[in-house]
Design a protein around this ligand. Structure first.
Ligand code: 5SP
Length: 228
């Protein structure tokens, strides 16, 4: 699969969300950070804003739910128009049931792991998912420094995907920029969330193209991609 770049609207101007969504034409997905001020110490937006965004842009919405009780709320984000819904492993009471419900409602099901959460306990659950998100910062805020110590977890996850022959996208989120995206791609990520690196650029659409070019050339030389 070609590298996908998903701009995070957390770094956009929330007073101009529709324009900001359209400013990244050519992006694969628009990453929508939903924060409830409980699971993370920040508050962003909810279902009504996702409904409006879905009407305002043709770019599919990749909703990342940083919230408690995703078992209750995640299905509503599918109904609001999200094409992909990510819940946190640390917050879901019944992740298999939730992933199946998200898929049954017609969206891609994805699960996120905070930096201190290992992937190995979830190995048997991976076939239930369309994407696994490895957080490369502590969730809650944009503009944080990339955590290099997550690279081994990205590598181990890529090995699990290969071992089981899964069609599972591997997303990274947090501190992804021109300076870090190649390391993520070499380690095995194929979906890249970038907030400040895109919305902080003079030309956000050009920043998306440049990041994709970097990721694809790093992937082309990576051992994990050559093995396929
Ligand atoms: O989920 C989060 C933060 O919790 C991210 O989606 C950030 O919005 C990414 O921002 P940058 O680190 O790329 O600036």
């Amino acid at each position: 699969m070609a590298a996908q770049i998903n701009p995070s609207i957390l770094s956009a101007d929330f007073a101009r969300l529709a324009d900001e969504a359209r400013a990244v034409q050519g992006a694969d997905w628009l990453h929508v950070d939903v924060m409830d001020n409980h699971f993370v110490p920040n508050l962003t937006l909810g279902v009504p804003v996702v409904e409006s965004l879905a009407r305002a842009t043709d770019t599919p919405l990749d909703c990342h739910l940083m919230m408690e009780d995703p078992d209750r709320w995640a299905p509503q984000y599918v109904e609001a128009g999200a094409g992909s819904v990510t819940f946190h492993a640390e917050a879901a009471a019944a992740p298999v049931r939730l992933a199946r419900e998200i898929r049954a409602k017609g969206a891609r099901a994805s699960m996120a792991l905070k930096p201190a959460t290992p992937v190995e306990p979830y190995e048997d659950l991976l076939p239930e998912l369309d994407m696994l998100l490895i957080m490369t910062v502590e969730p809650g805020f944009g503009g944080q420094a990339f955590l290099d110590i997550m690279l081994p977890k990205i590598r181990r996850t890529r090995e699990l995907i290969s071992k089981h022959g899964l069609d599972l996208w591997l997303q990274v989120d947090g501190g992804v920029s021109a300076g870090t995206i190649e390391r993520c791609a070499e380690a095995g990520a194929d979906v890249f969330v970038a907030g400040s690196a895109v919305y902080g650029a003079d030309d956000p659409a050009e920043a998306v193209r440049a990041l994709r070019t970097q990721a694809e050339s790093a992937t082309a030389g990576a051992a994990w991609a050559c093995a396929h």
